[in-house]
Design a protein around this ligand. Structure first.
Ligand SMILES: [Zn+2]
Length: 444
């Protein structure tokens, strides 16, 4: 039950940013029991990780896994155009398609170093099976951790919302569905593999009543809150026209700021909003590739970090990020922050911090995930830097963040092997791809 990784560079991402040139990590029963320089004294199964970099498993703070079956649509559209194009496609979703898409999406995330995913699922076409059960089964099949955000939309076109009326739920059904998902699947224990959060979709698809009551429900149940916020200027203009305030002010007025809340995107924030997010410890899921794909703008990550707000990285749904890997977001986050703020806009280690510890903070898991320290869960990514691309590189963290995503020698979730030697070990990749192709064709 003891696993010893030796000979690797290690970036622990602990509070002091401790790193080892050639160190060891010891895993006992799914938990990290030792980390340090040089060889380990512990007895156990030894893995020679020389030529590798060990980091905490990456934490994905925002995704829509079902969208893995709807990639490549509306490739040149704005967010609102893209959504209007895709709503009718998503309305044909059933639990089988969601399971196939989520399985493939999670498998791909694992191969990019991800060990925890927050999935925001907000499409519930009528009489098409249990979408949440389909997601849970996909998470269990691949074997990583998930925070399933039970999303909802109750504001269709006839109420001034963006989605068609036949794709939204009633406010009561949305709240009841959220409570049922929490009761059925939320595990509050520290080593939980599945947690549930409440997630009304966005201000332009959700009524004020649902926003308020979802927050009350989440706090009564002790779960976290998530929604899309301040993603585009279109959203900001609509919010000001309807409510007389910006999206961040709207969220504040509805009781939606706090250390139990994390927002997706937060691209368009006024200075006062950045200060409020920092003061209230409200988190942001930064999704640079999706923001670039939809041309929404560059989130003020530097300012949010300086204000003390938790900032994690997110892939966002694959329909607006066809590549879908989390390792790539380290790279994209760094480039976008430097384009916005100049060469000091973000360091490579801050990018790694956001992809690990920052994400764990957003999900309320920084006590057990996000860094390599004794007592933490053994969710670890062992990146193989020994091949043609990175052999001999001076700074292994720079290789991971500045380069393209390296292959994985090993990916552990709670000490269990999910990926080894670049291949998925918990499920058959070819079979998953076949199911995904069939599911995608059914939606056309
Ligand atoms: Zn999203």
């Amino acid at each position: 039950m003891t696993l010893v990784l030796e000979g690797a560079a290690i970036a622990t991402v602990d509070a002091r940013g401790t790193e080892y040139r050639s160190g060891h990590v010891v895993v006992d029963d799914g938990t990290i029991t030792a980390v340090g320089e040089g060889p380990a004294t512990a007895v156990g199964e030894r893995v020679d990780a020389s030529g590798c970099l060990v980091t905490p498993g990456l934490v994905n703070t925002h995704h829509h896994l079902y969208q893995w079956a709807t990639r490549g649509y509306a490739a040149d559209a704005t967010l609102f155009e893209w959504l209007v194009h895709l709503y009718p496609v998503w309305n044909r979703l059933d639990a089988g398609i969601t399971h196939a898409a989520a399985t493939a999406g999670i498998a791909h995330l694992a191969l990019s170093g991800c060990t925890t995913v927050a999935d925001h699922h907000y499409v519930f076409p009528r009489d098409t099976g249990d979408q949440i059960d389909a997601l849970v089964a996909a998470v269990q099949r691949i074997g990583i951790r998930a925070h399933l955000v039970r999303g909802s939309m109750d504001r269709g076109e006839s109420d001034g919302g963006l989605p068609p009326d036949n794709l939204v739920e009633s406010t009561e059904a949305a709240l009841a569905g959220t409570e049922a998902a929490i009761d059925a699947h939320h595990d509050p224990s520290p080593d939980a593999r599945i947690r549930v959060a409440a997630g009304p979709c966005s201000p332009f698809t959700v009524s004020e009543q649902l926003m308020r009551e979802a927050a009350e429900l989440a706090r009564r149940k002790g779960v976290r809150l998530h929604t899309h916020l301040a993603e585009t200027l279109d959203e900001q203009e609509q919010c000001i026209a309807e409510n007389g305030c910006t999206p961040a002010e709207y969220a504040d007025a509805l009781g939606w700021l706090g250390d139990d809340v994390w927002f997706a995107h937060t691209v368009h924030l006024e200075r006062s909003a950045i200060r409020r997010l920092g003061a209230t410890r409200t988190g942001s899921a930064h999704c640079p590739t999706s923001n670039g794909r939809l041309g929404t703008g560059i989130a003020p990550v530097r300012d949010l970090l300086d204000a003390g707000a938790p900032v994690g990285l997110g892939v966002d749904g694959a329909a607006s990020n066809e590549s879908g890997g989390l390792g790539e977001e380290l790279h994209q986050a760094l480039l976008q922050a430097r384009q916005r703020g100049g060469p000091t806009g973000l360091t490579v280690r801050e990018a790694l911090f956001m992809g690990t510890m920052g994400g764990a903070r957003c999900l309320g898991r920084d006590g057990e995930l996000g860094s390599i320290e004794p007592g933490k869960l053994a969710d670890l990514a062992v990146w193989d830097l020994s091949g043609l691309r990175y052999a001999g590189i001076e700074d292994p963290v720079a290789a991971l963040v500045l380069g393209t995503t390296p292959p994985l020698k090993l990916l552990l979730s709670g000490g269990r092997t999910v990926v080894s030697d670049g291949e998925l070990r918990t499920a058959d990749e070819a079979a998953i791809a076949c199911e995904l192709g069939a599911a995608s064709r059914r939606l056309r």
